[in-house]
Ligand binder design. Structure first.
Ligand code: ADP
Ligand code: MG
Length: 287
């Protein structure tokens, strides 16, 4: 993992403390103030989260937690509340009740969307949103510049490492040979990878991906799965997906898969075990 160019890039000594990935498994930093406190091994913690829309409970006492460095797949029928859960984590929707914490100490229910993003949570929506009129390379640079506060002030000092980070990110998303092309000319799968690269430029501690394989060809889907597998250890991830082959490629035999239905966790375990769970089978068949 040390050889992974992205991980090397993320471990640069100039890294601002606010955005440090100290908690990431295998990187071995000590926890210092201003970083995400993952001393108990948990990057995300939800407890009894409820969200109602006109009396309808989109989330119904949802509890789940994600370990540092974990890549957690979430599956579940339409309307299960998966996107609403991501809305709550990112501050787009305020829960009626319940706890939502990043690490041990960061109470996300008290924060707005921009400050949650700054705290280290990156979100990938279904549709890729890249700057079509700009080259791939510049998309990554712009993604970095959007973080005006600390980045601008450190920019002069970080310029060389910023360039290195762009190159490393291009390698991780396998778009080195497309660096000078306009983003608008990329295929759908390449755009999706570019958008993930743009999120990586913000050095997230936790990445949320909502149905990232939707609309992709089989090849693009498997390429995305290998990208996410390459990112293991450099950030924690929560991936909502319907495509079972994609989920299998991410979860393997031992990865944890959470099944949501009717706003809560229905089952949790290896992909094999949840697929054999009677309540899961019933919920998918709608009985
Ligand atoms: P999933 O992503 O698992 O398909 P969603 O979180 O999108 O499920 O939706 C869960 C339920 O909440 C659905 O029944 C949906 O219609 C409802 N819902 C989601 N967002 C809103 C909203 N802003 N207003 C009213 N109902 C909503
Ligand atoms: Mg959804």
């Amino acid at each position: 993992m040390i050889q992974d160019p992205l991980v090397v890039g993320l471990a640069l000594p100039e890294e601002p403390a606010e955005r440090s990935l100290s908690g990431v498994a295998g990187m071995g930093h000590a926890v210092v103030p201003g970083e995400i406190d993952v001393s108990h091994g948990t990057i995300l913690y939800l407890e009894d989260v409820t969200v109602s829309f006109d009396g309808f409970r989109a989330l119904n006492a949802l509890s789940l937690s994600i370990d540092v460095g974990e890549l957690r797949c979430i599956i579940g029928p339409n309307g299960a509340g998966k996107t609403t859960m991501m809305d709550v984590i990112t501050g787009k929707t305020s829960p009626d009740s319940g706890k939502v914490f990043l690490g041990q100490t960061i109470d996300l229910t008290r924060m707005n969307e921009p400050s949650i993003a700054r705290a280290g949570i990156g979100r990938k929506f279904q549709k890729p949103t890249v700057f079509e009129q700009h080259p791939v390379w510049e998309n990554l640079e712009l993604a970095m510049k959007t973080d005006k506060g600390w980045w601008a002030s450190l920019r002069a000092r970080l310029d060389r490492s910023a360039q290195a980070l762009i190159e490393e990110t291009l390698a991780v998303i396998r778009l080195e040979s497309e660096a000078l092309r306009l983003a608008g000319e990329l295929s759908h799968g390449q755009k999706q990878r570019l958008e993930i690269g743009m999120l990586l430029m913000q050095r997230p501690a936790l990445l949320l991906l909502d149905e990232p394989a939707a609309g992709m060809t089989d090849d693009e889907t498997m390429e995305l799965a290998s990208l996410l597998n390459r990112l293991r250890g450099s950030c924690s991830m929560m991936v909502v997906e319907h495509d079972m082959e994609f989920v299998a490629a991410l979860a393997g035999d031992t990865g944890r898969v959470t099944v949501m239905a009717e706003g809560r966790v229905l089952a949790d375990g290896t992909l094999d075990s949840v697929k054999r769970d009677e309540t899961v089978i019933e919920s998918y068949l709608g009985r």
